[in-house]
Write a protein that binds this ligand. Structure first.
Ligand code: ZN
Length: 477
């Protein structure tokens, strides 16, 4: 029997506000353990939380960007559970009325657009972090992350493969980056997700029993977890077993998952309205003002790149999904002076390679859009060759070199002037009668040899296309 995989995702994204959600402690990653804490975020009795307004603003922006309805009047609730990283023994979250709901995002996959429903987006606080150190018997806990603001984005079960799930996650990530509301640093756990998977016979319109996997820490791990779980369920069904609704723990190192808890021992979070916080009220004017602040989002950019700039769908998507790349490209286009296609090629090849190799962001380097446009336009005008352009590019990154100076000092100027090249061609032809005879006797590779000799005679400075054209004209003439 053929099966279909059904995937729904719950994505937790840390917001990059300056301070935490309910106190004035700094919201920052990687600082000395238990230094960014106060009586509020460590849950001391008698303390009272105060909601950080920015958290609501950021979440409303995400709601707008994902076409949600904004519940401008909503509340916060206590989700009760015991775990050492949660000093209050409850997490302040939102239960029945989330800040945003009923939205969607359009996800582009292999040039085909698919709409994924967003059930809800709510605000909540993060928990601390357990540290396991072999030097100690047991575990230690770092409370710096307690009270770091999160949004949880819950999708509809609209994805049908791990690839679709990955495309959806990539889309969410780029929206968060465009809105500048999350660092999106996967290695620091800024985005984490819970994955829901079920399978059903192909053609069926009834959902199978789903299993949830908690705390999947990277997009590629999410893909592996989905593929593994779908396969596990299919094999169980083929053996005539019944899928039990349960929560499973994904172990990425082992490439397997294990039962964490079944429906029978499912957690009862005993939600109730948070008594220490008032109702959230965002005036409609404010909701609208936040909408006006949303920049052009990735999908709109992709469509514009394809339609107005003539880029391929793939190139447009590769540029738009990476904000630093996209900023550089947009700047090159607004400066003008080179073709969009060539700018896209440089951004996707040389610039991206440099960023990947060094792990640096373009903004931290000497490369500017002005300099990149200058290099590309010199190549387009035939003043330097493509390979010389790469040398200039490297010199800018390494030494912030002046473009004209590098071209002069390294002798990179390309000779495109017909009369200069003609002179070289006639000298080369005069010295290579044998090759001319070979060519005339049908040995066409003699042409390559002659062009090579011209390039050599010009110390590599002649425009190769021009050389070839003029040698050919002389031979045929
Ligand atoms: Zn605090």
């Amino acid at each position: 029997m053929e099966y279909e995989t059904i995937v729904g995702l719950e994505v937790h994204a840390e917001l990059n506000t300056k301070t935490k959600i309910y106190c004035n402690c700094r919201n920052a990653f990687g600082l000395e353990v238990n230094t960014q804490i106060c009586p509020i975020c460590t849950g001391m009795p008698g303390t009272l939380p105060t909601l950080n307004e920015k958290v609501v603003e950021y979440a409303v922006k995400m709601g707008h960007a994902t076409n949600c309805t904004i519940n401008n009047v909503c509340k916060q609730d206590r989700k009760n559970y015991f775990y050492p990283d949660l000093p209050k023994a409850y997490q302040i979250s939102q239960a029945d009325i989330p800040l945003c709901e009923h939205g969607y995002v359009d996800v582009m996959m292999n040039g085909i657009e698919k709409r994924i429903g967003i059930t809800r987006i709510h605000i909540e606080e993060d928990a601390g972090k357990m540290l396991h150190n072999d030097a100690f018997q047991g575990s230690l806990v770092d409370f710096n992350r307690c009270g770091v603001p999160l949004i949880e984005i819950v999708s509809e079960p609209d994805m049908r493969s791990s690839e679709e799930a990955k495309a959806y996650l990539d889309t969410l990530k780029s929206i968060l980056q465009y809105l500048d509301i999350s660092d999106c640093k996967m290695q620091e756990g800024s985005i984490r997700c819970d994955v829901n998977v079920s399978v059903r016979p192909k053609g069926s319109d009834k959902f199978g029993t789903r299993c949830e996997m908690k705390n999947v820490n990277s997009f590629s791990a999410a893909m592996r977890a989905i593929d593994y779980e779908a396969q596990r369920q299919i094999e169980a069904l083929e053996r005539g077993e019944v899928i039990v609704q349960e929560t499973r723990r994904w172990d990425d190192a082992k490439g397997m998952n294990f039962t964490l808890r079944t429906k029978e021992d499912a957690q009862d979070y005993r939600y109730f309205p948070e008594p220490d916080l008032t109702t959230i009220y965002v005036p409609m004017e404010k909701v609208e003002a936040l909408k006006a602040e949303i920049p052009e989002l990735p999908n709109a950019k992709i469509r514009r790149y394809v339609k107005e700039l003539g880029l391929s769908q793939t190139d447009a998507q590769l540029i738009a999904e990476n904000l630093p790349r996209c900023r550089l490209f947009d700047e090159c286009i607004s400066l003008g002076g080179c073709s969009a296609k060539n700018a896209a090629n440089w951004v996707l090849a040389d610039v991206s390679k440099y960023m990947n190799d060094t792990g640096r962001d373009i903004a931290e380097t000497n490369l500017t859009a002005e300099k990149l446009v200058k290099i590309i336009s010199l190549i387009e005008q035939g003043k330097i060759s493509n390979s010389s352009g790469k040398i200039v590019f490297e010199e800018i990154l390494a030494n912030d070199a002046d473009i004209e100076k590098v071209i002069e000092e390294k002798g990179l100027a390309q000779i495109s002037d017909d009369s200069a090249i003609e002179r070289i061609v006639s000298e080369v032809l005069a010295a290579n009668q044998k090759s001319i005879d070979d060519y005339k006797n049908g040995k066409t590779n003699a042409l390559g040899y002659l062009v090579g000799q011209c390039m050599k005679a010009s110390k590599g400075q002649a425009n190769p296309a021009k050389c070839k054209e003029l040698v050919l004209r002389a031979l045929e003439g």
